[in-house]
Structure formats: C-alpha cells, structure tokens
Design a protein around this ligand. Sequence first.
Ligand code: SF4
Ligand code: SF3
Length: 549
Amino acid sequence: MFCYQCEQTTKGTGCTTMGACGKDPETAALQDLLIYATKDIARYAYRAHQMGARDRAIDVFVVKALFSTVTNVNFDLRWFGAFLQEAAIIKTKAQSLYEQAARKAGKTAETFSCPVRWWENTDDLQGLLAKAQDVSISKWIDKLGGTPAGLQELIVYGLKGAAAYVDHAEILGKEDAKLYADFHEMLDYLTTGPADVNDLLAKALKTGEINLRAMELLDAANTGAYGHPEPTQVRITPVKGKCILVSGHDLRDLDELLKQTEGKGINVYTHGEMLPCNAYPGLKKYKHLAGNYGGAWQNQRTEFDEFPGPIVMTTNCIMKPKDSYKDRVFTLGLVGWPGVKHIDDRNFAPVIASALAQPGFAADAPAKYITVGFGHNAVMNAAGKVIDLVKAGKIRHFYLIGGCDGAKPGRNYYTEFAEEVPDDCVILTLACGKYRFNKLEFGDIDGIPRLLDVGQCNDAYSAVQIAVALAGAFNCGVNDLPLSLILSWFEQKAVAILLTLLHLGVKDIRLGPSLPAFVTPDVLNVLVEKFDIKPIGDVKDDIAATLAT
Ligand code: SF4
Ligand code: SF3
C-alpha cells in the first residue's frame, strides 16, 4: 500500500505497510481502485453533462465514493468490495447515458481505453486486490515524478473533501447539477495523466472554487433546514440520566435521533464536530439535547470508553474501537468499521435500546458552559459594533485559528497561540482544532467575545463571508484586513478548504503542524511565491510577525 493523504502519514512520507489510522493494505488498495473507478465513470458522465444529459444516481454515487475514502471514514474491506460492484453498474449506466446523448446530438461518441479492467468480475475480491496494485499512488509517482503525481493527488484530496460537503447537502435535499458536473470534469481531467505543473496548480485552485460552492450549498442546506446558528451557551458537563453520544458532522442524523428519542428519558450529547449543532434553532429546540461531551476526534478511545451509553458515528473520524465499548458503537451513512453495527435508514431503535440498557450518568456533574454559534449571520448582526471597535482602536487584529485536530504534540502550538493572542485581538475559530483552546476563558472587548466559534470545518464558508464583509466595510481587500489565518490540517476536508482560500487569493496563511507529504519542495516553492504560505513556527515570533504587517 501507499497512502499519504493525511497529516498523520507514517514518518511524514507515506503509510506503506499499515495505515497510521488503522487502514489495512487491502482496504487501502480497494480505496485506490474505487478512486480509479470514479475517474473512469466521470469520463462518460462529464461528456453526457456537456450534452445536457445527467443521471442523478451517477452524480450521487461518485460523490459518495469519493467521501467514503476520506481519512477515518470507512475501514471495511467488504464495504469497498460492494462499492466496486455498484461502481461497475454505474459505469455501464454512465456509458450508455453518454452514448445516447451523443446519438441524440448527432455526434459520434468517443471510446476510451482503460488499462485496468476494474469493472470486470467485481465479485472476485482477490482479483480486485490484484488489479488495485496497478493503480497504486506509488505507481503514479514512479511514472510521472513526485511533483505532478502529488499535484494530481492534491486535486483528488480537494475533491474528496468537497464531496463530503456535497453529500451532507444532498442528504438535506440541496443539490446542484453544475457542481456534480464540475466533479466529473475534474476527475476526467485526471484521466488524461496531466503532468504540467502550472496547469495542475490552476486545476487545484479550480477545485478550491468547487469546494467554495460545495460549502455554500451546505450552508444553505443546514441553515435552510435548521435556521441560522445563534450565540448559545452549551453545557459541557453531563447531567444525570441515560445518554447517547453523537459524533461526526451530519445535522440530519442528529435531528432524526433527537426526534426518535423525544420523551424516552434519554439525553443526547454532541461530540467532536457536532458541537456547533447546539446553536441551530431547529436542533436546540429539543430539550433533551443536553450539551457536548468530550473533545476532538483523537480523544475518542478514552472518551467513548468512559461514556455510559451508546455512541453514534455519523461521518469521519472513527478510530479503531476498543473491545470495551465496540458493542456500544453504531455507524451511519458512509462510516464503517468491520464488526461494528451499522444503522440503515436512520432507524435508531437499536441505539435507543442500547441507551436504555446502559447505566447512563449517575449524577449531575458541576455545570460548565461554553458559547458557540457565531456563524456568518450572527457575526453580521454584530458587524456594526465590531467595525466601530476596530475604528476606535479597541480591536487591533483578528485571528482565524482553525482546522482539524490530531494527535501530534506539535499541535500544542495552536493552544499556545490562542493563549498568547493579545487582549485587544479577536479569535475566530472553526472545526475540531478549536478543542485545543475553546474551554479557556478569553473574555470580551466591549461586549464582543474575544473567542467566536464559527462552527464546523465546512463553516469555513461562514468565515469567508465574515472576512469579505469586513473587507467591504473597510473598503479594502481581504489581504489588507488586520486578519491572520493560522490553520491546522489533518484530512482532506482541510485540503479542500485550503484550496478554497488560495482560490480566493488569500495570502500569508500559516499552515501546520507539518506540511503535506504530497506537496513536494517544487510545489511548495510555487505556493510560497504566489501565496506567501508558510509553515507554523515559534508562537511568539509568529504573533509578532502577524501584528507587524
Ligand atoms: Fe496513512 Fe492517513 Fe492514509 Fe491512513 S489516511 S493510511 S494514516 S496517510
Ligand atoms: Fe475534524 Fe475529523 Fe478535520 Fe471537520 S472531525 S475537521 S479532523
């Protein structure tokens, strides 16, 4: 196997014998083959779209396939075997859709050769595994060289991240045919074996634009279904009683669970990236949404062990469950772990039965709260005051300290950075990296909290909206604002967001805790030259540098 798609990749270069995440070589191989299959399917789907023909099943499948290969989503070999069987059916559909559309348009359909005949005998697992060896990323690196291969992967990872957001939006009934077509176009581009560095970089930025629209679509889906997040005090200590913990990112899953548990004497707690759900009017209306339990994903093996009830994993990031709590874990949607129960069609009856059979919390813990819910709508409502405070010199600088969390010790940088931010500066934060500092006391500046939790990783869209609005108010560009971006990455959604920021021309981003293995020194040079992107360094030096500009 060779996988270097996430920040925890072995030795910072690539997982080759077993994933640091727990992904085994066979599952990694089928994930590679599935990505190869989506590219093959996209050749037909893209051309069909161009002639006005689409099949929603193809579009949705490609997005789900991409999302399923994001780090820490699905570790189940059999699942990917089944996915490839479905992919073969989808390929036939896409091909005939394209050929019919071409016939209708009086054109001759192109024919494509595909060296690895992945769609044949998909029920033969060993055969699939053998074919997967021919599409391993290390093969592309050997063939094209590290820089072009890494840039191709950068695009694939950006698409994987964007696919997660498109999938969440689709679940809430929001879709955009053009967005699906753009996924196909980009995947089709990758089948041509592009090696021109400038062209690949331009396409990577285009992937950032695709992700911007994906996040916009999801923002509309989430706020359309559940209202705009509003500043909300969330309890972060448990209360007495039976309980269920929900982790991941999907709002609809939480909503359905809250509906089905209403009146059953079970409290529901959010975990990880579900914390911002407590701020949506359509979700916080449920009295038994009792607050948040625990922190970011990488602490789950301790936190889940101690939680006295079942745990529902809605998206990434699942880790290998300990035997002590494995029978209390339930996966949903695209998440999978071999031997862990999977909930279909959001029928939570088994989860409820498990909650009632578990002890629950014996007593109330001392009450503690944090405030969340500063999405773009809430911040815009306070924009007038914020602008006055900037003009009066009371707010000197804004920091966006956000992104994924992870287990590396270097991530303490983000905690120290937040602690060292001067008192006359405001911190915006988003995604699970915020758990590094969101329980600290930051106070306020004339009533404006110094720590504003914008939401989940996909709410980077909100942060962009806020930055654009501030730039508008000060009649300047986003890069001229007293704003610095201090980002942490872990998986491919963070890659997608980074590409979005670069697409928007945002410069001077500090990125850590380490730089992606798929970005070679050549590519890094270009990024530094064009975007002044830098690795994180010493906290005090970095703060001084940001305040000096
Ligand atoms: Fe390694 Fe990350 Fe790939 Fe897992 S997802 S195999 S940790 S690079
Ligand atoms: Fe976190 Fe997985 Fe990326 Fe949604 S939950 S930001 S790491």
